[in-house]
Design a protein. Structure first.
Length: 223
């Protein structure tokens, strides 16, 4: 999968988006998410509230973006980077686990916040839909033109499976507030373990039922 380097305009937009999400996370950590206004984030990033609204619909989206930024593209690139001989189901599963569990210090801070705030959890879960378009493209490239429709179905199924895994991880007992309160005191060193178990295990379990569909799709495109 090839990509075209972004132009100057696009680079400026990317820089603005990055400044906003960095400011949002920093202020949320310093003050607590409930004490941060959109106007505060915009001012800290050096832009107007109107400009802010061109990038994010809420403060929750901006904060969550600190941990989810560019994940969709990285996930698709990780799948594309797997050797052609690797089973597609395995390539997708390992790429998903890798992109959702390899977190740095900034992402760890964001995950801690997300685990204790209902609105942040909802915004975090909503980001899974973004997986679908780039993953559709990379799966379609693997399957060929005849598999374009199948690629869309598979990518949508992966997005749904990831959301289910994340819901189980963040809301193990169906009680969002209780789950978040417990998670805040139970995160491991990388922010990936809560009372419901490890996130990698939950992701693999959610994606496992899709493996036969991936295998059938690959077989149907073989000469």
């Amino acid at each position: 999968m090839t990509t075209t380097p972004p132009g100057l305009r696009e680079r400026k937009k990317q820089a603005t988006r990055e400044a906003l999400r960095e400011a949002a996370l920093r202020l949320a950590v310093e003050r607590g998410p409930d004490q941060v206004r959109v106007e505060d984030i915009a001012e800290a990033a050096g832009v107007s509230p109107r400009t802010y609204n061109n990038y994010f619909a809420s403060r929750e989206q901006a904060i969550v973006s600190a941990v989810t930024a560019d994940r969709e593209a990285r996930l698709a690139a990780a799948v594309a980077a797997r050797p052609a001989g690797v089973r597609l189901a395995d390539a997708v599963t390992e790429a998903v686990v890798e992109q959702y569990t390899n977190t740095g210090e900034r992402e760890h801070e964001a995950l801690l916040l997300i685990s204790t705030q209902t609105a942040l959890r909802d915004a975090f879960l909503d980001t899974t839909v973004g997986i679908e378009p780039p993953l559709t493209a990379v799966i379609a490239e693997r399957l060929g033109e005849a598999g374009a429709h199948t690629a869309r179905v598979l990518a949508a199924s992966v997005a749904a499976a990831v959301r289910i895994a994340l819901e189980g991880w963040l809301r193990p007992d169906g009680n969002a507030e209780a789950a978040g309160a417990e998670a805040a005191g139970s995160f491991g060193a990388r922010g990936l373990v809560v009372p419901s178990g490890s996130l990698p295990d939950q992701l693999r379990a959610a994606l496992a039922p899709l493996a036969p569909a991936f295998d059938a799709a690959e077989r149907s495109t073989q000469p």
